[in-house]
Design a protein around this ligand. Structure first.
Ligand code: UD1
Length: 426
């Protein structure tokens, strides 16, 4: 086991590279299941979640070849996935439990093979996170769904038909699952009220490069005209807007200035607005986004919403920022019901936060003080690192496997811009 030790108080300045987006890369990797020709993805982030999904895809028969790294399973930035043969249509419990996004194999495999069985997923402990919307959407386009012994089995022996899917509220994963499945259906599919996240557009773009006929991704209705076969393609994974937002918070909290290299401003409207309301100056440059701290951190209010609203995946990091603002901020989580597990750990560092229902009132304090803390989920881990950057004394973060699921070389990247942070054996 490893831990991060951070000595707070350094001002960050310089450039941070923004990796490809994990949440775009995972569905893109699953798209390889739709075709017997190779799919090459570039700009892949080097993360534990990528390796976990690579293992699952490999188990199902997809051949994997990483390039551009130093060897080892998660070192390459370019990955060719060869789904010539799907040898196993079952995604077993032992593999799916490690990562909830494994449910994204269900749609593509039933579409191509006429059947798919996936263990009911585990993943981040941030609420109940059901998969009912995934299943209803696949039913609407012609799959038969059965649940038994902790597994979901989808069948469509004569292929999927296509149909109309109306989501009662936007689900990113369910939209991705049905988008992939409908690409190979015999008829047309209309998705009403799909998720509009940039990751959905990235997936639609890749599927279209593979020969799919998808229009309207990123809008309120998506049309998919099914095709009998998809073919090979090469696609670049979009930059990670959540990683970029996290480093932006690091710049503002430490009173510094960072250039977020390769960050995509078009995907970050709500994040940039929140940074500005906290007093930061944000400017778009040719090479990325520059974030400069203001003279003081202003209190701000925000509510998490489906895209283009403020991302739930940045809620915890902005709470760290609010914890040292000049006044009280109110942060409301409207996507997940249990996404405040970082609150008690932030309070151990001296933050003053009261949670009432889905809202947290964060009264800014003059200083945080270092302490040993425990990461509870992926984004919460980053939040504790951010707090550690400004806390007086040493902050030690345990359970780094959460962090390694979504942030590449965090300690190296932060050290390069002036932080005092190191990963040590526990
Ligand atoms: C994805 C992201 C995750 C992000 C989330 C919301 C990936 C790999 N993960 O997760 O980082 O926090 O979007 O932006 O891309 N829901 C249902 N039934 C379902 C599916 C979802 O009730 O069948 C609910 C969820 O409990 C949640 C809401 O819908 O309250 C949104 O979840 P969803 O968009 O599906 O999140 P994920 O795709 O799991």
């Amino acid at each position: 086991m490893e831990k991060l030790v951070i000595k707070g108080g350094k001002t960050l300045s310089g450039e941070v590279p923004i990796s490809g987006a994990k949440n775009a890369a995972l569905p893109l990797m699953c798209a390889s299941l739709l075709t017997d020709e190779p799919l090459t993805l570039t700009n892949l982030p080097r993360l534990a979640d990528i390796a976990t999904l690579a293992d699952l895809l490999n188990h199902m028969g997809v051949g994997l070849m990483f390039k551009g790294g130093r060897g080892g399973k998660i070192s390459g930035r370019t990955l060719t996935l060869d789904g010539a043969t799907i040898a196993d249509t079952v995604a077993p419990y032992d593999m799916v439990r490690k990562m909830r996004a494994s449910i994204l194999v269900l749609g593509p495999v039933v579409a191509r093979m006429g059947e798919a069985t996936v263990s009911l997923p585990g993943g981040c402990a941030i609420g109940t996170r059901p998969i009912d919307l995934h299943l209803k959407a696949l039913e609407a386009i012609g799959a038969t769904i059965e649940l038994a012994d902790g597994y979901v089995k989808a069948t469509a022996p004569d292929g999927l038909t296509g149909g109309t899917v109306r989501f009662p509220f936007a689900s990113v994963g369910a939209t991705e699952n049905v988008l992939m499945a409908a690409a190979l259906a015999s008829g047309e599919t209309i998705i009403e009220n799909p998720a509009r996240e940039p990751e959905i557009c990235d997936l639609a773009e890749c599927l279209n490069a593979m020969g799919a006929k998808i229009s309207g991704a990123g809008s309120e209705t998506i049309h998919i005209q099914g095709v009998p076969k998809l073919h090979k393609a090469t696609h670049k994974v979009q930059p990670d807007r959540i990683v970029a937002g996290s480093y932006a918070v690091a710049a503002v909290m430490t009173g510094g200035e960072l250039l977020l290299r390769d960050a995509e401003p078009c995907h970050m409207g709500a994040t940039i607005a929140a940074l500005e309301s906290a007093g930061a100056t944000v400017s778009v440059e040719e090479r990325g986004i520059r974030v400069k701290a203001g003279k003081r951190i202003l209190p701000f209010n925000l509510v998490t919403q489906p895209y283009p609203g403020f991302a739930t995946d940045l809620q915890a990091q902005f709470m760290a920022l609010a914890s040292i603002a000049d006044g009280a901020s109110v942060i409301t989580e409207s996507i997940f019901e249990n996404r405040y597990m970082h609150v008690s750990e932030l309070c151990r560092l001296g933050a003053d936060i009261t949670v009432t229902g889905s809202s947290a009132t964060v009264r800014g304090v003059k200083k945080l003080t270092g302490a040993p803390v425990m990461a509870t989920d992926l984004r919460a881990s980053m939040t504790l690192a951010l707090a550690g950057l400004v806390a007086e004394g040493d902050t030690t973060i345990h359970r780094l496997y959460h962090l390694d699921r979504g942030y590449e070389r965090l300690e190296e990247i932060l050290s390069d811009v002036g932080a005092d942070i190191e990963r040590v054996a526990d």
